[in-house]
Ligand binder design. Structure first.
Ligand code: FA5
Length: 329
């Protein structure tokens, strides 16, 4: 019995059982030799042997139970979980600030009754230039430095305006009120306000009796919805081959309140887009009779708008992929 108390594991327990309760164990030998015991003693010896056997079995079971308890105790201590330890927060992903700005601008125009029209980023020179009244060798092509592909005549669009032709050709002669958001590409020297890839949101409205007042009203309303009731815009006469007349839309610089700062280069204003009345040649290329139909178009720069709204001083932050910048939005 003392030996039993020293036992520490399952294997030793099995050894003990074989030695004390196995076939050749002394008490079992008594049972095996019962035949050679005088008849009158058999019952007494049998009872005694049985008591010994039961006592041994009980002692074994008791020790086994103690060992099981101890093993469980050890396991619980070794594998203890501190459930009060605070968890580690997973990093949350979110939409890129340029996408957020694009979504916000689109939501405003959708509210104003415009529909989204999708148009490809890889374009033909014909759509990007010729059909927009910019013939090859026309000096206006210098306005947009182009990324060419290895396929002649196929380029990365330099603006979202080719989508005007695609939308008109699909919808003529019905009235149109669409926006065309998406990425454009220019082979450009980058600086604080110029990137070589950026988004544009094109606006196009075509119908009867559409005037420049509709264009101004639409863009002014947009600026107020985006920047608040006091947002100030101004229209400067400009030139685009696909609109006549043409203008540039500026927003009052939010950072300096129009006083002039580094971001607006001292002018107090920041250009957010170009616009104008759709040129008769472009209307015709889209399948509309310019004697009956008129339209307005605009091309806005969402990153520039986001720069104003969130006081971002350099457009190059957008694609630099610096997590410290991205986490702020
Ligand atoms: C155009 O791209 C014309 N397609 C806009 C237009 C559409 C005029 C419809 C008339 C009718 P522009 O090159 O000025 O024009 O670009 C329009 C806007 O895109 C700019 O006002 C500016 O907000 C943004 N933008 C232009 N170049 C860059 C650049 N390199 N980086 C970031 N934003 C730019």
């Amino acid at each position: 019995m003392d030996a039993l108390q020293q036992i520490q594991d399952e294997a030793q327990l099995v050894g003990w059982r074989t030695a004390h309760l196995g076939r050749s164990a002394p008490v079992m030998q008594v049972f095996a030799r019962m035949g050679s015991i005088p008849k009158e003693l058999r019952q007494q010896v049998g009872q005694k042997a049985n008591q010994v056997k039961v006592a041994l079995e009980n002692a074994l079971e008791e020790r086994a139970a103690v060992l099981r308890r101890e093993a469980l105790e050890r396991k619980l201590t070794a594998e203890r979980l501190d459930v009060t330890l605070p968890g580690r927060l997973p990093a949350f992903g979110r939409a890129h600030p340029a996408t957020q700005a694009l979504d916000e601008i689109c939501a405003i125009f959708i509210e104003m009754g415009f529909q989204i029209y999708r148009s490809p980023e890889v374009e033909t020179e014909e759509m990007n230039f010729e059909l927009l009244n910019i013939p090859a060798h026309h000096p206006a092509r210098d306005m947009w430095d182009t990324f060419h592909t290895t396929t002649p005549g196929v380029i990365l669009r330099t603006h979202t305006s080719p989508g005007q032709i695609r939308a008109m050709r699909e919808m003529a002669p019905n009235p149109i009120r669409v926006i065309l958001p998406g990425m454009v590409y220019r082979y450009e020297q980058t600086n604080a306000s110029h990137e070589m890839q950026f988004n544009q949101v094109e606006l196009l409205a075509v119908g009867q009796h559409i005037t420049f007042a509709d264009l101004k009203g639409t863009l002014e309303s947009f600026a107020r919805r985006m920047f608040g009731e006091n947002a100030r815009t101004r229209f400067r006469p400009s030139y685009f081959p696909f609109t006549e007349p043409s203008a540039e839309v500026d927003m009052e610089c939010f950072i300096c309140g129009g006083k002039g700062c580094g971001v607006c280069r001292g002018s107090g204003w920041l250009e957010i887009g170009g616009c104008g009345m759709v040129h008769p040649v472009v209307l015709q290329n889209g399948g509309y009779d310019p004697a009956v139909y008129s339209g307005f178009a605009a091309g806005l720069g969402p990153e520039r708008i986001a720069m104003l709204k969130y006081h971002i001083e350099d457009i190059r932050y957008f694609w630099a992929n610096d997590i410290r910048f991205l986490e702020q939005f």
